[in-house]
Ligand binder design. Structure first.
Ligand SMILES: [Zn+2]
Length: 332
């Protein structure tokens, strides 16, 4: 199929990140460049949330020639990209948000899970550019995952895949909010960094004067970020905590790679900003843990490049495929 490249190149789309506390929206061009951005607080009711989305898009449409809208939603979205089944931090249950907004705005509207949208942005414009089979592991409070197979997002049969974070790595290990024990994210996340540091401190309170003092002053105040900062400063206990994290990161990545054989793995989420502390070691350990190590090409393991804009940029890029006459790159 022949597409009109110059016409496609001029098309702008809006990408929105609909989170529990704020709505962010950007006008994005064909190269993933953000041209304009707006932000608003997330209202509590479904009706006022749709009103707020409508207002924000109209404001951007008044300033730019927008052809479609993509929403990155922190929740489960149907595979036709129209209905939000459930979103833990949003007032939507089985809500036809895509259709409703499309009617209100007179524009095509595409919904996508925020982790998928962010992974798609990294695939098109960031750390996974040039890859084909891409695994994204977003490490923050827990672990979020996304999969691109042959450049297409894989969503599973019911739109909930993949849940890498709840694969068990330690039998009878730390309890997890999901109800199981020993899940990967209980050993490899910002939360896990805190748990490990507290465990190591309990074993040897003298191992870190910096973190011991912080915990003594404010027992609940320790964060993954503080541990990372202490590790940058050479604190022995923080370094031991990072080493533990790195080990479990490598174990989990080897499992994921054994299952999917990706050519690129992207490490995203808040923890990605501390990649210099762990990524080289994780790559090295991963290379020894992989089945058939030494006898197979290794996936490139890279830190995400697009930061917090990734969800919006990815949603905007996915929305382009809903514009009549535009063929998405993956399907060319
Ligand atoms: Zn779990």
């Amino acid at each position: 199929m022949i597409t009109n490249r110059s016409a496609n190149a001029d098309i702008l789309t809006v990408g929105m990140d609909v989170g529990g506390t704020s709505i962010r929206a950007s006008v994005v061009d064909v190269d993933g460049q953000v041209l304009d951005t707006m932000q608003a607080p997330t209202p509590q009711s479904a009706r006022s949330l749709e009103d707020a989305l409508d207002r924000v898009v109209r404001e951007l449409v008044s300033r730019h020639n927008v052809a479609a809208v993509g929403l990155a939603v922190a929740g489960f979205v149907t595979s036709d990209h129209g209905i939000v089944l459930f979103a833990p931090h949003l007032p939507w249950v089985n809500a036809p948000v895509g259709k409703d907004l499309s009617v209100r705005l007179g524009l095509p509207v595409v919904l996508e899970h925020d982790a998928n949208a962010a992974a798609y942005a990294e695939y098109r414009f960031g750390a996974a550019a040039g890859g084909r089979n891409v695994v994204t592991v977003a490490i923050g409070t827990g672990i979020g995952g996304a999969l691109l197979i042959g450049g297409e997002l894989y969503r599973g049969s019911y739109g909930v895949a993949p849940e890498f974070g709840h694969v068990q790595v330690v039998p009878d290990g730390r309890p997890c909010a999901c109800g199981k024990r020993g899940c990967w994210e209980r050993y490899c996340s910002g939360t896990a960094l805190v748990d490990t540091a507290i465990e190591l401190l309990a074993e040897d309170p003298a191992a870190s004067t910096v973190l011991a003092r912080e915990v003594a002053v404010d027992p609940g105040g320790l964060t993954g970020r503080r541990i990372a900062n202490a590790a940058y400063d050479g604190d022995p206990l923080a370094l031991a905590t990072m080493a533990e994290f790195t080990h479990w990161l490598a174990v989990g990545l080897a499992m994921v790679a054994d299952a999917y054989d990706p050519d690129v793995v992207v490490i995203a989420g808040g923890v990605a900003s501390s990649a210099p502390l762990f990524l080289d070691d994780a790559r090295e350990q991963y290379a020894t843990l992989l089945t058939g190590a030494k006898y197979r090409p290794l996936a490139r393991i890279r830190a995400a490049q697009l930061g917090e804009a990734a969800g919006m940029v990815g949603a905007a890029a996915l929305a382009r495929s809903a514009v009549p006459g535009v063929i998405s790159p993956a399907r060319r």
